[in-house]
Design a binder for this molecule. Structure first.
Ligand SMILES: C[S@@+](CC[C@H](N)C(=O)[O-])C[C@H]1O[C@@H](n2cnc3c(N)ncnc32)[C@H](O)[C@@H]1O
Length: 209
């Protein structure tokens, strides 16, 4: 929790309360439905919460923006981002029903009003979103194929609509077909060297109907 305060010093009392509540909620739910690996649950703030918030160091989400979190699992990166941006709407999608159950329980436990969830494959989701966020779901070409028709036209809420994907490893092959991709390194924002998945890939996509 101290890590969150260190890198996000302007949180309100309500946001601090919600971030603090995550520990117990995930500890309890993870015993029933495994959404975070056992070794990671003790490092929830480092490996999951702060990691998810790395996206916010690259891109701020404005009031009224609409974000889709694809393959959210137990709610990452969507839930930490939803606490940080309470005026932005987040739709969290996963193809596994019991993971969405955890998302719903945590969201309800926190009293988060800006999150909805859907148990479906992302290919079945209709609608357009200002940004699509994700972590550890699929290789970029597959991912782009799934979501490219779901990016909203640029509007007053957003200037750089597209995908924001937390990724690790050597990305050169995966991103060879995407010359407009920008790769941000989380180590430029956080001094701890703790992430296996160190990069945020921003891929601007044109509105497609
Ligand atoms: C490795 S987990 C990552 C979960 C979460 N994003 C995280 O970083 O903790 C990948 C998740 O993507 C989901 N998934 C894979 N393909 C999907 C698809 N086409 N549509 C929706 N969810 C999908 C899986 O069910 C799984 O929960």
């Amino acid at each position: 929790m101290e890590l969150i305060k260190k890198y996000f010093p302007d949180l309100t009392a309500d946001q601090l309360e919600k971030f603090a509540a995550l520990q117990e909620l995930y500890k309890d739910w993870n015993l029933k439905i495994n959404v975070v690996s056992r070794k990671d649950i003790d490092e929830l703030y480092l490996r999951h919460v702060l990691h998810s918030l790395g996206i916010a160091k690259v891109q701020q989400f404005n009031t009224g923006a609409n974000i889709l979190d694809v393959g959210t699992g137990g709610g990452f990166p969507g839930i930490p981002l939803a606490i940080l941006f309470p005026e932005t709407h987040f739709r969290l999608v996963d193809s596994i029903g019991k993971k969405i159950k955890v998302v719903n329980e945590v969201t309800e436990g926190l009293g988060l009003k800006n999150v909805t969830s859907t148990n479906a494959r992302v290919e079945e989701i209709n609608g357009h979103f200002d940004f699509i966020v994700s972590r550890a779901v699929a290789a970029m070409p597959t991912f782009v194929h799934w979501v490219q028709g779901k990016i909203a036209k640029q509007n007053k809420h957003t200037l750089k609509n597209g995908i924001l994907y937390l990724k690790g490893g050597d990305l050169s092959d995966e991103l060879a077909d995407y010359p407009k991709a920008t790769i941000y390194d989380l180590q430029d924002y956080f001094e701890e060297d703790f992430f296996e998945t160190k990069k945020v890939v921003h891929l601007p996509l044109k509105f497609k109907k």
